[in-house]
Design a protein around this ligand. Structure first.
Ligand code: ATR
Length: 298
């Protein structure tokens, strides 16, 4: 083979289902921006065949993988047994969304979901003259999506984290785990007012990390949270406003869905794999257009 012609490095996204994934679109755009010969495909893994799928991809020379529902816990478990394979974000979440298969046979497992969220929050706060490090976060939900973000909040220097959840013990447990990594935190039920916690006077960023929007539900918070808030963010996204974003439409409060988080978590994965950083905002504009166009199709 001519040494000047390098084969494209192969990357994949593994999930079940996977046909809906926008990751190939996003990574193709990143690669085009930077002129990198990168090939990125969707891989549907059988529900009981994640480890075998990863082994086959590695053997075929694939350099890295994004991992999505329902395999993020399995991706973590797979890497956990290997030495020096976990980032602190993956360790805290006990879940991985990014795998890098190194040439020496080692594997790196990362979780870029929380870092992607923080980049998008910071981008939007900057337009308000604020930084995430000045703010406190009220996070709704205490499941997998929520725990995927805590380490990133700590690394971003968030002032305080309040976790509110329908099932209160789960909120308290996640807040205790956040405290253990030196992020001042408290947990409670959805209707707990901000005055219940001795939170600092920092501006509040509300993040909906619950899966309520999937069911068309909106978690009902004490109204004082909205009075203190500067930004509300739903980790879910859709062509139409999500139920959470829609429900806040009457308030004079900037609201966002989670499409930016999707693109920024991809930007972080791309950096892990290639060391290069594409312009995520440029890609976000195109992804939003693609999402709207798809929704208009009969
Ligand atoms: P994921 O991985 O998407 O986070 P999960 O681990 O099952 O999924 O967690 C779902 C989260 O959304 C939980 O915090 C759940 O609250 P409970 O712990 O009380 O079950 C929350 N959730 C789901 N539906 C909700 C709803 N309709 N209103 C409020 N919270 C909801």
């Amino acid at each position: 083979m001519n040494a000047l012609i390098s084969e494209a490095d192969r990357y994949v996204v593994i999930g079940n289902p996977i046909s809906h994934s926008m990751s190939p679109f996003i990574h193709a755009d990143f690669a085009a921006q930077l002129g990198l010969p990168l090939q990125y495909e969707r891989v549907l893994a059988p529900l009981n065949g994640f480890a075998q799928t990863v082994a086959a991809l590695k053997a075929a020379g694939v350099k890295g993988a994004n991992v999505t529902v329902p395999f993020k816990l399995e991706a973590f478990a797979l890497a956990k047994v290997l030495p020096n394979s976990l980032t602190s974000a993956a360790e805290f979440a006990q879940a991985a969304n990014t795998l890098k298969f190194n040439a020496d046979g080692t594997v790196l497992a990362d979780n870029t979901d929380g870092g992607g969220l923080c980049r998008d929050l910071d981008r939007q706060l900057n337009t308000l003259g604020l930084h995430l490090a000045q703010c406190q976060v009220l996070m709704i939900g205490a499941g997998g999506a929520a725990s995927g973000c805590v380490s990133a909040f700590q690394q971003a220097g968030v002032q305080h984290l309040t976790v509110l959840n329908r099932t209160v013990p789960k909120a308290r447990e996640l807040a205790e785990r956040a405290e253990a990594i030196d992020l001042p935190s408290a947990g409670g039920g959805l209707d707990t007012p901000p005055s219940h916690f001795e939170t600092p006077g920092a501006p509040v960023v509300i993040v909906n990390a619950s899966s309520s929007s999937l069911k068309g539900d909106v978690p009902v918070l004490h109204p004082d949270w909205y009075q203190r808030a500067v930004l509300a963010y739903d980790m879910m996204y859709a062509a139409e406003p999500t139920p959470f974003v829609w429900s806040l439409g009457k308030l004079d409060l900037p609201c966002s869905d989670g499409l930016g988080m999707l693109v920024f978590q991809a930007q972080l994965a791309f950096e892990v794999w290639t060391g290069a950083s594409p312009n995520a905002l440029e890609t976000l504009t195109k992804v939003r257009q693609a999402l709207l166009a798809k929704a208009k199709q009969p």
